[in-house]
Design a protein around this ligand. Structure first.
Ligand SMILES: [Zn+2]
Length: 362
């Protein structure tokens, strides 16, 4: 409802209708997936690259479903209880593709908690808060590719039951990679762009707006709401569907992080950083071209290198920690551009051919 990611609108802008994407939500329902299986499936990806399995307390004490006997804050979260392997998530899970992704995200926080547990108390933290947000998303990118690209009906079953490498899948005849056409790939990249690229202006505006408030640059009687929408259209080309008025309306207050005072630039940076992690892990695997097709599932060597970085906690500066995995010591948006390069070229041609104007008027 915040238009923070746009992949739910994929059908409106699908580049090629002859190559529809796998509908992950339908596949989950058709395969009678349970909420528990969504978690074990995510866990299985992490353990396939030698990251940690969830602890018994995680399974016993997490909240996986919306309680029916009381109110609960349903905003998804992960907690490190700092005591005897007690890590938990709180997610009011619904069986669909978005929650499948959320589970990877929150489990990524838990993987990070477990990885830096050996550090002195002072360093038991992410290299910075964006690192913490990016870990699960990085794995989520591999996992979603895995499920979208391969024969999902058969694969979901295999994925949760046995450890399978892609080469093994080819042997078994389950891999559909040869059937992946350029049309399918562009459709897949479009879906990812609607999720990941469209998120950047939203995340940027969140803290831009909060900081403007903190600096008293907003007249709270006259433009508390208008300022929000001015920024939404300026940076993201998004406007309210009906007219909104100060001081009656306060739309940014509907987004969890605003009233809860959670900084948001971490998500903006994590959105860029996760492509940097993704590209680094692919390079370690020896995969350099068509980045979106790379797959680290089951690669324990790559996982170990990832784990080494996670285990550093906040014991060094984030630049040094980043460099230990990626060889790069600064935030590098080029990785995201590399990933979307085929889509970017395609869009440029499309826009030219149809003389579509690029951008929007305020
Ligand atoms: Zn998070």
């Amino acid at each position: 409802m915040w238009a923070q990611q746009w992949h739910d609108r994929l059908d409106d802008v699908l580049p090629y209708s002859d190559a529809p994407l796998v509908n992950l939500t339908l596949a989950l329902i058709k395969n009678k997936y349970t909420i528990k299986q969504m978690y074990t499936t995510a866990e299985e990806f992490f353990t396939s690259i030698n990251l940690y399995p969830m602890t018994p307390k995680f399974w016993a004490r997490s909240m996986f479903q919306k309680p029916t006997d009381r109110d609960a804050v349903c905003h998804p979260s992960a907690s490190n209880m700092q005591y005897h392997n007690d890590y938990r998530v709180k997610i009011c899970t619904i069986i669909n593709d978005d929650y499948f992704y959320t589970i990877h995200h929150e489990m990524g926080h838990v993987e990070y908690y477990m990885s830096y547990e050996e550090q002195p108390f002072f360093y038991e933290d992410g290299a910075n808060s964006a690192f913490h947000e990016a870990i699960g998303d990085t794995i989520g990118m591999y996992a979603s590719k895995f499920l979208y690209i391969f024969n999902i009906e058969k694969l979901l079953f295999l994925y949760i039951n046995i450890l399978v490498s892609p080469s093994h899948l080819i042997e078994l005849g389950f891999l559909d990679e040869d059937d992946i056409t350029p049309h399918y790939e562009i459709n897949y990249l479009m879906r990812m762009a609607l999720q990941k690229v469209a998120f950047l202006p939203f995340a940027y505006v969140m803290d831009k707006y909060r900081f403007a408030l903190f600096r008293n640059q907003v007249n709270r009687q006259e433009e508390l709401n208008a300022k929000w929408w001015n920024m939404r259209i300026e940076y993201g080309g998004i406007m309210a569907p009906i007219s909104r008025h100060d001081p009656e309306n306060f739309d940014p207050g509907a987004k969890y992080h605003i009233p809860s005072n959670v900084p948001y630039s971490r998500y903006f940076i994590a959105d860029i950083l996760q492509f940097q992690f993704y590209r680094a892990l692919c390079r370690l695997q020896g995969h350099t071209k068509r980045l979106h097709m790379c797959d680290i599932y089951g690669n324990k060597y790559v996982g170990e290198r990832f784990k080494e970085m996670l285990a550093m906690g906040s014991s060094k500066s984030w630049e040094v920690i980043l460099e230990s995995l990626t060889g790069e010591n600064k935030l590098e948006p080029r990785a995201m551009l590399d990933y979307f390069d085929p889509l970017y070229k395609w869009l440029k041609m499309e826009n030219l051919a149809r003389s579509y104007p690029v951008g929007w008027k305020e």
